[in-house]
Ligand binder design. Structure first.
Ligand SMILES: NC(=O)c1ccc[n+]([C@@H]2O[C@H](COP(=O)([O-])OP(=O)(O)OC[C@H]3O[C@@H](n4cnc5c(N)ncnc54)[C@H](OP(=O)(O)O)[C@@H]3O)[C@@H](O)[C@H]2O)c1
Length: 308
């Protein structure tokens, strides 16, 4: 039996998808737990505080999204409980669109033409060919490698940075702490698609901004905890950074008095870069249930030691 804890979304499409894909599967929605010992799988973005005291017979915990930091950093999770995340094509497509939009906007300087239009200014800014535009993607996982591939196919000069070495056609790959400085030094438009871990928290900070070429643009769709906002504002105000696009924030929803809302160099969206849809992701949950019942390895497990 699957228990859905839908604090952030409408469970209906998920219930319909489970009914279609595995009609015999019993699905309950929190707080209608029934007998807690019957719950095999908890599907949640961030489980309620008493979840694991009550649900002691879980086979696995399935996260309602691609990132798991909100869960790993919340309540203590039984150490042996497997945690799976969703990695689905619709979500990857959504992030591809969001990243592409912001990269193209900065590359073609539409953020500056927007301002010029409002001031009735007819000024042709210098043009840079895609082949000469150096994009850097931090994180080359499901989302970052897809964004890097897509941008490379559009002829951009793309590099990526990850923890372990990678090979992606058309993408210059850097890795580890040793590879970071060279990666940053050649990056004019930086895209952060890292998971939030102890190692990556606050990584978008003053020091990093100053290792980018002057006038670089920063795009963050990872997590709000990656970016030190005061450092970002200072780098924008000093001209070290030209512009930033943010989808994620240290506090969400972003408070009404945050300077981010009104900063002319920042474009902000309310954590909408991409979202898991039941249509495309429910099949993965069902497949994991089948696997768990058969004692087979689960899909898309989180590495609890690495934190993602
Ligand atoms: N804004 C939104 O709407 C939204 C939606 C979905 C996800 N997200 C965020 O996007 C993140 C990435 O998702 P994903 O599915 O692409 O993650 P993923 O497949 O787990 O990939 C993570 C990538 O980051 C790299 N990495 C991790 N720690 C690192 C470190 N200390 N130094 C250098 N590289 C490091 C990994 O390196 P290795 O390849 O070497 O392991 C990997 O390439 C999620 O964790 C979530 O926070 C945001």
């Amino acid at each position: 039996m699957v228990l859905v804890y839908a604090s952030r979304l409408d469970p209906k499409p998920w219930l319909e998808a489970f009914g279609r894909l595995m009609p015999e599967l019993e699905v309950r929605v929190w707080p209608e737990i029934g007998n807690p010992d019957e719950v095999e799988v908890l599907l949640a973005w961030r489980p309620p505080d008493d979840a694991f005291q009550r649900l002691t017979k879980l086979r696995f915990l399935q996260v309602f999204g691609m990132g798991a930091d909100q869960l790993l950093r919340s309540i203590p999770i039984p150490p042996d409980l497997p945690i799976a995340r969703l990695v689905d094509p619709d979500q990857t497509q959504g992030m591809r669109e969001w990243v592409l939009y912001h990269v193209l906007r900065f590359h073609r300087r539409f953020h500056l033409y927007d301002r010029q239009q409002r001031a009735a200014e007819w000024v042709r800014l210098p043009h840079t060919d895609a082949q000469q535009r150096r994009i850097g993607i931090m994180g080359l996982g499901a989302l970052g490698s897809d964004a890097a591939r897509t941008l490379a196919q559009l002829n951009f000069e793309v590099a990526g940075w990850s923890r372990s070495p990678k090979e992606i056609p058309g993408v210059a790959a850097f890795h580890g702490a040793d590879g970071l400085a060279a990666f940053l030094a050649r990056t004019e438009i930086l895209v952060c698609l890292l998971p939030l871990t102890d190692q990556t928290e606050g990584i978008l900070n003053r020091d990093l901004f100053h290792r980018l070429p002057r006038g670089a643009c920063v795009i963050n769709a990872g997590r709000g905890g990656h970016c030190v906002i005061e450092d970002l504002l200072a780098a924008l105000d000093s001209g070290q950074l030209e512009a930033a696009a943010l989808d994620v924030f240290p506090t969400e929803p972003l408070p009404a008095d945050s300077p981010i809302w009104r900063h002319p160099g920042i474009t902000a969206t309310p954590h909408v870069a991409t979202i898991a849809t039941a249509r495309s992701a429910a099949g993965q949950v069902v497949e994991n249930i089948r696997r768990a019942r058969a004692g087979a390895a689960l899909l898309n497990l989180i590495d609890r030691n690495a934190g993602y």
